[in-house]
Write a protein that binds this ligand. Structure first.
Ligand code: FES
Ligand SMILES: [Fe+2]
Length: 396
């Protein structure tokens, strides 16, 4: 984010802070409850969003050096991301070309060669099949044709994007939609990987995204937790094609700069805000003073009422430097302790009650208010991609 944009955002937040206003959509809209319950819709989503669309899977720092890898099944396809001996990023199906075993163990690690644990076919991190164990049994198999299946991928602005199906490539503009500068700035100082967790929840994957999409609820649901830190019902709102950005105001710092009449140009942007990005189709990305959170929401393959959130946390380099000066190498307490008290115990618990009501079939629609513009945007971008009409206004 450039300085001018930061000033614009701060000035919008400052006005809202003083006059109790916030970003607004044109209308309140109706959202069909079937968005969260329909099995046919789930099938369409799995193909359109989790096979055919590039997904943000990690940051460049998930492959911190040459000859490192990251293997994950989170999208439903076994995926292997590698950085080769020359630093080039590639993505493959983590599926052996012999009989399909996963060649790389799940997680992060260092390897130039992957030896399949089943019969020891040997691949290098550029995908090439190097050796077939007892090759003579395979007749005239040509190793050149039996490399790992490569997937379209892109490394840009410190981010790793992969489309989990074979096909044509995609560009930075396709996935960033105008947010390159924001992320280029946030991630130009490398944020190293700190920790990860998987949250399993009895909620549709879009309900998980929705819990991050407004702060109208902060003073109510989070009255004893997050409302102490963030100003409720105050946000900026900007869209970048299918992506979007909300910025919230941190309570104490905002109060301080206003009480002390500090000129807006002097406000330390990152220390007085919480930046919440939606990166199409399934990622919430948070930027706060201490680090960045990547939350990737995935549907259960069969049950629209279940999802998994893959949550990865990366530390801000300045914080790491500070810790090092104090002789520590990492945070003494997991980020997830406090995070889960809010997101799992409050947000996802409330969302589970929404899911129960939706699954009961008792009501046919819910409502997104004008002060919930991000929710309208998430759902409309998904609907547009599936060829569905935008959400209907509640009234004109
Ligand atoms: S499945 Fe990989 S070597 Fe046989
Ligand atoms: Fe919340």
């Amino acid at each position: 984010m450039d300085v001018q944009t930061q000033l614009k955002v701060l000035s919008q937040l400052s006005s809202g802070f003083l006059d109790n206003s916030s970003a607004s959509a044109a209308n309140a809209v109706k959202v069909p409850v079937s968005e969260f319950t329909c099995k046919e819709r789930l099938e369409q989503e799995r193909q359109a969003f989790f096979r055919d669309t590039p997904l943000l899977l990690g940051l460049s720092t998930d492959l911190p050096d040459n000859d490192t890898y990251f293997a994950t099944n989170e999208t439903g396809q076994p995926l292997l991301l590698t950085r080769d001996a020359n630093g080039k990023f590639r993505a493959f199906l983590n599926i052996c070309r012999h009989r399909g075993a996963q060649i790389a163990p799940l997680g992060r690690g260092r390897k130039r060669r992957f030896i399949c644990p089943f019969h020891a076919w040997n691949f290098d991190n550029t995908g090439e099949l190097i050796a077939i164990n007892r090759e003579s049994h395979f007749g005239c198999a040509d190793k050149k044709d039996l490399g790992l299946t490569e997937l379209p991928c892109l490394e840009a602005n410190g981010m790793l994007w992969v489309r989990p199906s074979v096909g044509s490539s995609f560009t930075e503009a396709d996935v960033m939609g105008g947010l390159s500068e924001d992320f280029g700035n946030w991630l130009k100082d490398e944020h190293p990987f700190a920790e990860e967790q998987v949250i399993e929840a009895s909620i549709n994957w879009k309900l998980a995204i929705d819990t991050f999409g407004e702060n109208y609820h902060f003073d109510v649901l989070h009255k004893s937790s997050l409302a102490n830190d963030i100003v409720g019902n105050l946000q900026t709102w900007d869209t970048f094609e299918r992506n979007s950005r909300m910025v919230f105001a941190s309570k104490e710092p905002f109060k301080y700069v206003h009480d002390h009449n500090i000129p807006i140009e002097k406000w330390p942007y990152r220390d007085v805000t919480l930046n919440v990005y939606f990166l199409y189709p399934n990622c919430i990305f948070l930027v706060d003073p201490a680090g960045v959170d990547m939350l990737k929401m995935y549907p259960d393959p069969k049950d629209p009422a279940k999802s998994k959130t893959y949550h990865t946390y990366y530390l801000r380099p300045a914080l790491l430097d500070h810790l090092k000066k104090e002789g520590k190498t990492a945070l003494e307490e997991s980020r997830f302790l406090g995070f889960n008290k809010v997101v799992v115990d409050e947000d996802y618990a409330a969302a589970a009650t929404i899911q129960t009501g939706a699954t009961s079939g008792a009501q046919d629609h819910y409502i997104f208010g004008r002060n919930e513009p991000a929710l309208q945007h998430y759902h409309n971008t998904h609907r547009e991609a599936l060829g569905l009409a935008p959400l209907e206004p509640l009234m004109n």
